[in-house]
Write a protein that binds this ligand. Structure first.
Ligand SMILES: [Zn+2]
Length: 281
C-alpha cells in the first residue's frame, strides 16, 4: 500500500460559484476486491474490464468559493495528532499546504461541512494540537450522524475525540436536520445509507447544478451499476436508494457530480440501467 499526492484537478464552475477539488492523497488503499468482497471474483473482473476502470482511489476535500463565502466540504485525513502516528504509516498529509496554494486562509473559512464522520472526512477539522483548524467557521454535520457516532458507545473513537469534541467544546458545532440551506446557492441534502446521517452538498447557481456526493460512490463501477454498494456502507440497500435518487436527479438536470474518492468530476448522463460521467465542464 502506498499513498501519494497527485496534481490537483481543475476547479468546476457552477454559476458564480467555483468548486475546487483539494486532493489529500491517492493510492491503492482500498482496491475493488476490498470494496466489493460480496461480488464473485469473476464478476468483479468483468465489471472492471467493462469500463476499463482500475483508477486509484483518492481522498478529496472541496472548497466552494464565491458568493462572499468560503465553504469547505470534508477535511480529509488530518495530521499527526499530538505526535501520534497519522492515519496511514509513512504518509504525511500536506492538505493545509494544498489549501494555501488554492488561496484559502484557514482563518477566513466561514463554514466546514462534514458529509459524514468517517476518519477520511474529518481529519483536518482540528490541528495536530487538537484546536479547531478553522476558528472562525461554523462546522455543520447531520444530527443523526452525530447521534450515531458521537452519542453512543463509539463516542470515544479516536476520530470523534480528536476531530469533533474539540470543535464542539469551542462552540463551533451546528447539528442540522433534514434539508439545510446554507445560502441562496448551497444546500445540504440527506443521502443516508453509507452512514445513517450521510449528507450530499448541492450547489445551484446561474442555471447550473453540481453535487458533492461524499461517499455516495467509492468507485466508478458504481456509476454504471448503481445498485452495488461497497463493504463500507452501513446500510447497503439504503445507500443504493440514495445513489439512484441523487444521480437520477442530476441526470434530469444535466448536473455535475463530484465525490470524495473519484478522480474526476463530470456531467451525469444515463447509460443503460446506470450512469456515466461526461467530460468535466
Ligand atoms: Zn470516505
Amino acid at each position: 500500500m502506498s499513498l501519494h499526492i497527485p496534481p490537483q484537478p481543475e476547479p468546476v464552475a457552477v454559476g458564480r460559484r467555483r468548486v475546487v477539488p483539494l486532493i489529500d492523497a491517492a493510492g491503492d488503499v482500498l482496491p475493488p476486491e476490498r470494496l466489493f468482497p460480496h461480488l464473485p471474483a469473476a464478476e468483479l473482473s468483468r465489471l472492471l474490464a467493462e469500463d476499463g476502470m482500475r483508477s486509484p482511489m483518492v481522498v478529496t476535500g472541496f472548497a466552494i468559493l464565491g458568493g462572499g463565502k468560503t465553504i469547505l466540504v470534508d477535511t480529509c485525513l488530518g495530521g499527526r495528532k499530538q505526535g501520534k502516528s497519522g492515519p496511514f504509516p509513512g504518509f504525511t498529509s500536506r492538505w493545509m499546504t494544498t489549501l494555501a496554494e488554492a488561496g484559502i486562509d484557514p482563518g477566513a473559512v466561514d463554514i466546514v461541512v462534514n458529509t459524514h464522520l468517517h476518519h477520511d472526512h474529518v481529519g483536518w477539522n482540528t490541528t495536530d494540537e487538537l484546536e479547531p483548524t478553522f476558528p472562525a467557521a461554523r462546522y455543520l454535520l447531520a444530527e443523526k450522524e452525530y447521534e450515531h457516532f458521537a452519542g453512543g458507545r463509539i463516542r470515544h473513537a479516536r476520530r470523534i475525540s480528536e476531530c469533533i469534541v474539540p470543535v464542539q467544546k469551542a462552540g463551533l458545532l451546528d447539528l442540522v436536520t433534514g434539508v439545510h440551506r446554507i445560502d441562496d446557492a448551497v444546500r445540504l441534502l440527506p443521502a443516508p445509507g453509507h452512514t445513517p446521517g450521510h449528507l450530499v452538498v448541492e450547489i445551484s447557481d446561474g442555471g447550473r447544478t453540481a453535487v458533492i456526493g461524499g461517499d455516495l460512490i467509492h468507485h466508478p463501477l458504481q456509476l454504471s451499476h448503481p445498485d452495488i454498494s461497497s463493504s463500507l456502507c452501513d446500510d447497503p440497500g439504503q445507500a443504493a436508494v440514495s445513489r439512484h435518487r441523487v444521480l437520477n436527479d442530476l441526470a434530469d438536470r444535466e448536473g455535475i457530480f463530484l465525490a470524495t474518492h473519484l478522480t474526476r468530476a463530470g456531467t451525469v448522463r444515463r447509460r443503460g440501467a446506470g450512469f456515466t460521467l461526461h467530460d468535466s465542464p
